[in-house]
Design a binder for this molecule. Structure first.
Ligand code: NAD
Length: 434
């Protein structure tokens, strides 16, 4: 088994390896390539945490700004025991590509702390969140780098972090972080934005492929922020959600499941303990529901497999078991590049992360704009702006894929890297920093 650091390095090398073919197609010059081969800034921090029992523990964390060529760095903060520098760097790189794919004036950033947050009490979690924010405070800011939620972080944690930044700055600076609670300047629509965006990209694919929602059976791996809201909205639109999995269990019902009661049941375990996280695996009382191991979801008979958990969920070890005709990537990097090639040769359509999960950062951008101008929009307006932007940018990707005869991933990368390359070139020849 690889150590954390080896796994992170392998992930980064895999992500960079995908660029070779893109650069060839774009005929981008070697300087652009060299510029995008490493992050602009990588900060490693240690975060001391006083536990409730009085003992001291120290955690490692990172904040990486991959590039700020098209605007301030933007990207979430992950709390997970497998977080390492390579993973954070890769996620920051994907954010740079994603923001460019959907035309946002942001670069790519990411942060993480190597911790199992579910072992912390609520107050320990708040102290750790504030400690991490203090450790990275010098390198973030509304014009520099704007964090947001990611795996195991949510709006509550963003609220604590925004408050800690306000204490340091001695004024409210809501634009420093997005995904905040509404009373602290969060945007309506942000919580569901990633799932809503993924659904609108799936809708576009279905329209393109002349498929009706009611004929499509969907299995969803990962039942957190991205996976749940996608499943809820897709169910409401008439798609059939035949399976749902979290890290412990798969629920399967060939006729279809309603995601909302499953979510509500899971939330009870959180409310009961007053914690930020759910304690229980997904459960369902609906007659005829079968339950299995978490990984069972990958091999189920379905039309669309939604990957909304973690990186490399599909690799060479399990790619052959996949029976879906379409994969929708809500997670970042859920398909390794070797598995991606295997899927391509089997003509499985992959709707790539840098497009499919961009709804979150699109609404984060709207939140940042609202914070900066002080004028707030209602949820309907935010959802409309999200869907308009995604529709326009996804249409560009679909058209490029058709014109060039390439996969949707290659087309999305061509759109994003092409924009990054043009911004790099437009800045001239003598830049030495920034
Ligand atoms: P989350 O912490 O809210 O949920 C993660 C879910 O994945 C949980 O239900 C967990 O049980 C499940 N999971 C973990 N390992 C699993 C496994 N092996 N099998 C099945 N399920 C498993 O996280 P999230 O915010 O929903 O993020 C999920 C993915 O989406 C990540 O890759 C993240 O980077 C990406 N993403 C999130 C957002 C956002 O706005 N939250 C935006 C873009 C991309």
């Amino acid at each position: 088994m690889m150590s954390d650091t080896q796994a992170g390095t392998a992930l980064f090398d895999d992500a960079q390896g995908r660029l070779e073919a893109i650069f060839q197609r774009l005929e981008a010059n070697g300087e652009v390539r060299r510029r995008l081969a490493q992050p602009a800034l990588s900060l490693e921090v240690s975060i001391p945490l006083r536990r409730d029992d009085g003992s001291l523990e120290v955690f490692r964390g990172w904040r990486v700004q991959y590039d700020s060529i098209r605007g301030p760095a933007k990207g979430g903060i992950r709390f997970h025991p497998q977080v390492d520098q390579g993973e954070v760097t890769t996620l920051a790189f994907w954010m740079a590509v994603k923001c460019a794919v959907v035309g946002l004036p942001f670069g790519g950033g990411k942060g993480g702390v190597c911790v199992d947050p579910k072992t912390l009490s609520p107050l320990e979690l708040e102290r750790l969140s504030r400690g991490y924010l203090r450790a990275i405070a010098d390198v973030i800011g509304p014009d520099r780098d704007i964090p947001a939620p990611d795996v195991n972080t949510n709006e509550t944690i963003m609220g604590w972090m925004a408050d800690e930044y306000a204490i340091i700055a001695r004024r409210q600076v809501p634009g420093v972080i997005t995904g905040k609670p509404l009373p602290l300047g969060g945007s309506p629509g942000r919580v569901a934005a990633t799932g809503r965006g993924a659904l609108s990209v799936l809708d576009m694919w279905a329209k393109h492929a002349r498929r009706e929602p009611g004929d499509l059976r969907i299995a969803v791996q990962g039942f957190g922020n991205g996976g749940y809201h996608f499943a809820r909205l897709a169910h409401a639109r008439g798609y059939r959600i035949v399976a749902i999995a979290d890290s412990r269990r798969t629920l399967h019902h060939p006729e279809g499941l309603d995601p909302t009661p499953i979510w509500e049941e899971k939330q009870k375990s959180r409310e009961l303990k007053g914690l930020v996280y759910c304690e229980e695996a997904v459960r369902c009382e609906q007659a005829g529901t079968r339950s299995g191991d978490a990984e069972d979801i990958l091999s189920l008979d379905c039309d669309v497999l939604v990957l909304a958990a973690l990186e490399n969920a599909v690799d060479t070890g399990n790619v052959e078991a996949i029976r879906a005709e379409v994969i929708l990537e809500i997670a970042n990097g859920p398909v390794s590049s070797e598995a991606d090639r295997a899927l391509e040769s089997r003509e499985v359509t992959v709707i790539p992360d840098v497009l499919a999960n961009a709804g979150g950062v699109i609404v984060s951008h709207l939140e940042w704009v609202q914070n900066r101008c002080g004028e707030y929009r209602d949820e309907e307006a935010v959802n409309r702006l999200l869907e308009e932007r995604l529709a326009a940018e996804a249409a560009g990707v679909f058209a490029l894929a058709e014109r060039e005869g390439v996969t949707l991933r290659t087309a999305a990368y061509m759109q994003g890297i092409g924009r990054l390359a043009r911004a790099i070139q437009a800045r001239g020849n003598c830049q030495e920093a920034g």
